[in-house]
Design a protein around this ligand. Structure first.
Ligand SMILES: O=C(O)CCC(=O)C(=O)O
Ligand SMILES: [Fe+2]
Length: 280
């Protein structure tokens, strides 16, 4: 293989991998990607032209791509791939698709086993804006005052589907129930976890799915969740990805939070394919 190269896109995170054709991925190139991804939790491959089956196959290199919780967005032929789009089958604006995921979160931390990574492949993008923002939760943890690190050390976060402070602002719980075909039990997760490859500590609290902490009153917990989210999403820890058609972006579901920027004109089409990968 010709050795690919890395180029930083943002100050905090966001890294472009140059010289990779994901449609012809050999084992040495995949090993290179895995190593790069452990250090660079948002990796972008430009000018890729992949179908849903290719995306699922790329996901299977890392683990097991899984069917998405939102029934209506599953891909017709490859249900482990889903659509992220703001238009319905008739080409009308899908307002749920416009609103979806436009506040900070880490995906599916309410699942019994949390995911490893997710990927988006841009097929149609708005003429301006419509980006996705990412936050580096290792850097955010490192920068916390020691007193907060000590406070978090013993804390266990409680995660649910959309019932954290940001989830409650964004979603209607009854509509969410109608859109999914599974019930989710609350999942306890340490507020600080270690990255399985690098060992670095990660602030693992997100305002969409974390709705409390074991043994803490709700008001105090919500205040803490909001305070941690405000800290972690300061500009110095974040990257705004401006999409180009053909981008395939992968992000680490342990070490980052993300959100749709929600800043484009909804009349413009925004269509992507997505998959989320769990451990085998
Ligand atoms: O719309 C976006 O940019 C973010 C979507 C998202 O949160 C996801 O695909 O997990
Ligand atoms: Fe997401």
């Amino acid at each position: 293989m010709a050795t690919p190269e890395l180029r930083p896109l943002g100050n905090a995170l966001g890294t472009e991998a140059l010289g990779v054709d994901l449609s012809k991925l050999d084992d040495p190139t995949f090993d290179w990607i895995q190593k790069a991804f452990a250090e660079h939790p948002v990796l972008v491959f430009r000018n890729q032209h992949l179908g849903a089956g290719d995306i699922a196959a790329f996901g299977r290199r890392f683990g097991t791509p899984r069917i998405h919780s939102l029934v209506g967005y599953r891909h017709e032929e490859h249900p482990e791939v889903s659509w992220l789009r703001n238009v319905d089958a008739e080409g009308n604006i899908d307002w749920y698709g416009v609103k979806r995921a436009t506040d900070w979160h880490t995906d599916s931390t309410y699942e019994e086993v949390p995911p490893l990574l997710a990927m988006l492949h841009a097929l149609e993008v708005p003429s301006t804006k419509g980006g996705t923002m990412f936050a580096d939760m290792c850097a955010a943890y490192d920068a916390l005052p020691q007193a907060m690190k000590d406070r978090l050390a013993g804390l266990v976060g409680l995660h649910g589907r959309t019932d954290g402070p940001a989830g409650a602002r964004l979603y209607d719980p009854e509509e969410e129930m109608r859109r999914t075909d599974k019930k989710y039990a609350e999942q306890p997760r340490p507020a600080v976890i270690n990255h399985p490859v690098t060992g670095r500590p990660i602030l693992f609290v997100n305002p969409m799915h974390t709705h409390g902490f074991e043994g803490m009153e709700r008001d105090e917990a919500w205040q803490l969740i909001e305070e941690l989210a405000a800290h972690a999403t300061q500009e110095r820890f974040t990257y705004y990805h401006s999409w180009q058609v053909g981008d395939l972006l992968i992000w680490d579901e342990r070490a980052t939070m993300h959100r749709g920027a929600g800043d484009y004109h909804p009349e413009e089409r925004r269509v992507m394919l997505r998959t989320i990968v769990y451990p085998n």
